[in-house]
Design a protein around this ligand. Structure first.
Ligand SMILES: CCCC[C@H](NC(=O)[C@H](Cc1ccccc1)NC(=O)N1CCOCC1)C(=O)N[C@@H](CC1CCCCC1)C(O)(O)C(F)(F)C(=O)NC
Length: 331
């Protein structure tokens, strides 16, 4: 079997996140979920949430689904890198993504979400696509949608084709040759503790020479930007007039009028270049002439992250075979 579903940017201005329609239960309840290769819980806004925490999101009501079953005595609780979090109880039910159905998928129903989730009306929950070792359900941890689907897939892979300010796709079980050009460069994945961790072969700032120093980081569809070591980040912003690392804005900012260099990263012998226009993320506040950079330091994060800003200049194959690998191709 295979599946294919749209990845739609939630904000017309900036690619802060992408959501994908997912149907849950019988009769089908459709929610817009953020597919996140940086975590491994499938959780949703639910009928168990206080209404004060729901502001425009769609909810999943297990008691309206004839195929929902309570996973008795199980709970979950997760905190993300940006400080947001949620927790609740667990049901199993049918979950369908782009024509691909998994029966008895653990659906983690939120009983509490942090304020940043309540204020993000376009995200009704997450579909974790990290390794199932990261799942937070207790006392028995649960499998991700991908792990549950894997055995039935034509090939044990999913691919991400994210785009700038337009809908892309997540495909499951097959590699669509129409979505990329040239060859796919595969590199090893270290899935301990459970992220899609791979080693980039280096970077270049603008037309500068390529610095062939390996950078270990996670391929993370759930993170908006790129977070890399200070040496890389300072080399980049040294080329931006007026750039400063702002404590108040929590990262590198610069005058929106500044000329930005492109940023190139390597995967094996392959090279991927993020154009200058993508490297300015957004004005720090609407209408401000100070802009927030798409490349930020991983110092405070503890891990290097290749988020949507990097993923959207490539076609990426998340190969869940043995051993797992990750493939990057131009498009
Ligand atoms: C700095 C370290 C990473 C921060 C990263 N968050 C982000 O990248 C959020 C995503 C978001 C989008 C829309 C609305 C709200 C939040 N964006 C964000 O912090 N910014 C601030 C900087 O400008 C860009 C937007 C993160 O926690 N990613 C989670 C998944 C997100 C959690 C919040 C909701 C959206 C998904 C992750 O799973 O990918 C993770 F790997 F980082 C993680 O925490 N795993 C446990």
């Amino acid at each position: 079997s295979t599946g294919s579903a749209a990845a739609v940017p939630i904000n017309a201005e900036f690619d802060i996140a992408y959501v994908t329609p997912v149907t849950l239960g019988t009769p089908p309840q459709t929610l817009q979920l953020d597919f996140d290769s940086g975590s491994s819980d499938l959780w949703v806004f639910s009928s168990h949430l206080p209404t004060s925490q729901i502001r425009g999101q769609e909810i999943y009501a297990p008691n309206k689904s004839s195929t929902a079953k309570l996973l008795d005595g199980h709970s979950w609780s997760i905190t993300y890198g940006d400080g947001s979090g949620s927790r609740g109880n667990v049901y199993t039910d049918n979950v369908t993504v782009g024509g691909l159905m998994v029966e008895r998928q653990a659906i983690e129903c939120a009983q509490q979400v942090s304020s940043s989730f309540t204020s993000e009306a376009h995200i009704d929950g997450l579909v974790g696509l990290g390794f199932s070792t990261l799942n937070t359900v207790s006392p028995k941890s649960q499998l991700t949608f991908f792990d549950n689907a894997k055995g039935a897939l034509d090939s044990p892979v999913f691919t991400a084709d994210l785009k700038h300010k337009q809908a892309g796709t997540y495909d499951f079980g097959f590699i669509d040759k129409a979505k990329y050009t040239g060859e796919i460069t595969y590199v090893p994945v270290n899935n301990d503790p459970g992220y899609w961790t791979f080693s980039s072969s280096g970077y270049a700032v603008g037309s500068g020479n390529f610095s062939a120093s390996p950078i270990s980081g996670i391929a993370d569809t759930g993170t908006s930007l790129i977070y890399l070591p200070t040496a890389v980040v300072t080399a980049y912003y040294r080329q931006v007039q007026g750039a400063t690392n702002s404590r108040s804005y929590g990262g590198y900012v610069f005058p929106c009028s500044a000329t930005l260099p492109s940023f190139t990263f390597g995967v094996g012998e392959a090279r991927f270049t993020i154009p200058p226009a993508y490297m300015s993320y957004a004005a720090v506040t609407p209408g401000s002439s100070t802009c927030f950079g798409g490349l930020q330091s991983s110092n405070g994060v503890g891990i290097n992250i290749w988020g949507d800003l990097a993923l959207k200049v490539a076609f990426v194959v998340f190969n869940g075979g043995t051993p797992p690998t990750i493939g990057w191709a131009a498009k």
